[in-house]
Design a protein around this ligand. Structure first.
Ligand SMILES: Cc1ncc(C[n+]2csc(CCOP(=O)(O)OP(=O)(O)O)c2C)c(N)n1
Ligand SMILES: [Mg+2]
Length: 282
């Protein structure tokens, strides 16, 4: 077993991590005057628990062989992952100011080739879980005990490749693979259930041979318990944590706004959004 890695700033609570991830994401979106901020605010608690409770990594050596792999399927969630990678010390905080600019290492859609901590490039939805399966098989051959964690969106459940990968993962009993599904109930063309209904979602994954948990993805204690259970249970199968999240979570006036893939935020509202996030929790 490779050594566990203490995250930077060890005295910061998970709730504080989540707040800081939201804060980082809002600062980046403010730089560009746009960004998938509703998704970033919604997934911040999941990322906080992933990066500061569950995952093993070395902030100063993002390619460390023993690291757990975090694969972001959805390129448009890059702003959320950058916010977490900055908090983890994998991306320097000052780079936040470059978000989305020419020559920045933080492009608006996630790119593995030049962003530290970004394991795969996103953009074309439905590919993350297929890559995760291949990676899990490869790491097994190397006798690695690293976790492979894939964050996918509920829109990616419309992709056939996702279910082919799900079936393969169960077939090969990939017990180091954890899928996290951001069930924010929204996709580009409207509410997920109206686009291509996926309920009953837990029963579907179960039928595909996965260990399934469905939780409130904005409840840090529930996330901690779910990650612990996914890591420790004995079932020789891949694990999925279905995370029901609320878009724009943490910024009241954006939470009230009509839920959409790309919410409208006026130029003068970015500072208000930072204010509405309030003080970091004690
Ligand atoms: C293969 C593929 N088909 C379509 C798109 C266009 N597209 C970009 S984001 C998106 C919405 C997908 O749903 P989800 O990720 O759940 O959206 P969100 O929760 O961010 O609103 C779509 C269809 C794409 N990027 N890739
Ligand atoms: Mg969605």
């Amino acid at each position: 077993m490779a050594e566990a890695v203490a995250p930077v700033r060890p005295n910061v609570s998970l709730a504080q991590r989540a707040w800081r991830i939201r804060h980082n994401a809002l600062r980046m979106a403010a730089v560009q005057g746009q960004g998938y901020i509703a998704q970033a605010l919604g997934i911040a608690d999941v990322l906080a628990v992933a990066y500061f409770h569950a995952l093993r990594y070395r902030a100063d050596d993002p390619h460390w062989e023993g690291r757990d792999r975090f694969l972001l399927s959805t390129g448009h969630y890059a702003i959320a992952l950058y916010a977490a990678l900055i908090e983890a010390g994998i991306i320097p905080e000052q780079e936040l100011e470059t978000y989305g600019s020419d020559a920045s290492r933080l492009p608006m859609s996630g790119m593995a080739s030049y962003t530290p901590g970004m394991e795969i490039s996103g953009g074309s939805l439905g590919q993350g879980l297929t890559i995760a399966v291949g990676m899990a098989l490869g790491l097994r051959r190397k006798n690695s005990d690293a976790l492979i964690v894939n964050l996918l969106s509920d829109g990616e459940l419309n992709e056939g490749a996702t279910w082919e990968a799900a079936m393969s993962a169960a077939h090969w009993r990939l017990d180091r693979l954890i899928a996290l599904v951001d069930v924010n109930s929204q996709q580009a063309d409207g509410p997920s259930q109206q686009m291509l209904g996926f309920e009953p979602l837990a029963a579907k994954w179960q039928a595909f041979g996965w260990h399934v948990q469905r939780i409130d993805g904005n409840d840090i204690a529930a996330l901690v318990a779910a990650f612990d259970a996914a890591r420790s249970h004995a079932q020789p199968s891949p694990r999925v944590i279905l995370c029901d999240t609320r878009m724009a979570r943490g910024v009241g006036f954006l939470e009230q706004r009509e839920k959409a893939h790309f919410i409208r935020v006026a130029a003068d509202e970015w500072q208000s959004a930072l204010g509405a996030l309030g003080e970091m929790p004690a």
